[in-house]
Design a protein around this ligand. Structure first.
Ligand code: WQD
Length: 336
């Protein structure tokens, strides 16, 4: 059974990807510093899959730890999720973001080289596009100056991978540019666990509906969109996880020194108000929200052209926006 190291594998997207890798006959080996999740996710993963995944607590910048993991397991591929991802926080603590997000990739690539590990799937983000001039966004859309240090770390990591593969180290790499991950596993055993006040829309919606937050503020309804609120491409986290499985299966067919990038989204854009209404429809809850001022730095509208991932990886989303709202709400209720 192929063993795949998942850095950040106890996190929101990492944990869902561990499940889909297992379902596809691959064994996840999980490394996570637990800075943005907690260890009982491993128990939940066992409840879902019946398998207690091997877990290492630690920092992806810790070369000796990565070497120890590679010495103990015949790792055949890596998915690199481990990164800080809070846009606002990255403007307050840029060095922390560059050290962690860029530094950890450099350490990982070194250790992969030393251990003859050839396959890497890298967690990138649609944030590299900034506000696209043309929609939907294709992979050929020029990347823009990042709106935040977080977004810049994703661009820098992509550039590192392009330059590194050009040096012919013998590895095969796919970067997946996520649009907006939402939802939770239909079992409600794993989902998004925002620590503190959620920065992202959907956890704020579900916490408001659960009475944890008093109200949701919609950051502006005076944009040039169908109802004035911003447009995003909300992709169910299980669909997103499946894209990583398809990426590994594709890499297995490729020759060495391969790099490619794929958008991962539904191909549809929805406004903030449409998301709220979808949530209200599937939950039966009336959401307490108000319209507030715009959030600085917000992209007005973006959604993916998914032709490339559809045709090359054979990946298609299976879950709808309403499925995502249903699963997010069931997950929130499971937290009590
Ligand atoms: C979505 C929409 C907000 C909260 C960010 C990162 C991206 C990725 C996902 C890591 C926007 C509106 C939100 C609220 C609101 N992160 N909103 N009220 O900003 O598209 O993407 O998170 O990979 O890289 O940039 O996601 O969920 O914060 O916002 O009105 O309380 O919801 O204005 O239009 P975003 P988001």
């Amino acid at each position: 059974m192929k063993k795949i190291l998942i850095t950040g594998g106890a996190g929101y997207i990492g944990s869902h990807t561990a499940v889909e890798l297992w379902n596809a006959g691959m064994e996840p080996i999980i490394l996570d510093d637990l800075s943005n999740t907690n260890e009982d996710v491993l128990d939940r993963l066992k409840e879902i899959t019946g398998k207690q995944f091997v877990f290492y607590k630690g920092d992806c910048n810790d070369k000796s730890l990565l070497e120890k993991i590679c010495a103990a397991h015949q790792i055949e591929g890596v998915i690199h999720f481990a990164a800080f991802k809070a846009v606002g926080e990255s403007t307050q603590f840029p060095l922390k973001y560059y050290q962690n997000n860029v530094g950890s990739l450099l350490v990982l690539l070194q250790v992969m080289k030393e251990n003859g590990i050839h396959d890497l799937v890298f967690s990138s983000s649609c944030t590299v596009y900034g506000q696209p001039d043309v929609l939907p966004v294709t992979e050929a859309t020029p990347r823009k100056k990042a709106e935040s240090p977080y977004g810049n770390t994703k661009k820098i990591c992509e550039d590192i991978l392009v330059d590194y593969v050009k040096s012919k180290p013998g590895i095969r790499v796919i970067a997946l540019r996520y649009f907006n991950p939402v939802g939770a596993h239909p079992s409600s055993k794993i989902g998004e666990l925002p620590i503190g006040t959620p920065q992202n829309l959907v956890p704020f919606i579900t916490q408001t509906a659960a009475g944890i937050r008093e109200k949701l503020t919609v950051f502006g309804n005076d944009y040039d969109t169908s109802d004035g609120s911003c447009v995003r491409d909300y992709i169910h986290v299980v669909d997103l996880a499946d894209a990583h499985v398809k990426a590994f299966q594709y890499l297995a067919e490729k020759g060495a020194d391969f790099y490619d990038v794929f958008n991962v989204g539904t191909g549809n854009g929805n406004t903030v108000l449409e998301v709220i209404h979808a949530f209200e429809k599937v939950s039966g809850e009336k959401l307490n929200y108000v319209i507030g001022p715009r959030r600085p730095g917000d992209v007005v509208k973006t959604w993916a052209d998914t032709t490339k991932i559809n045709q090359v990886l054979g990946w298609y989303p299976k879950f709808s926006l309403e499925d995502s709202m249903r699963d997010s709400w069931n997950w929130q209720k499971s937290l009590g």
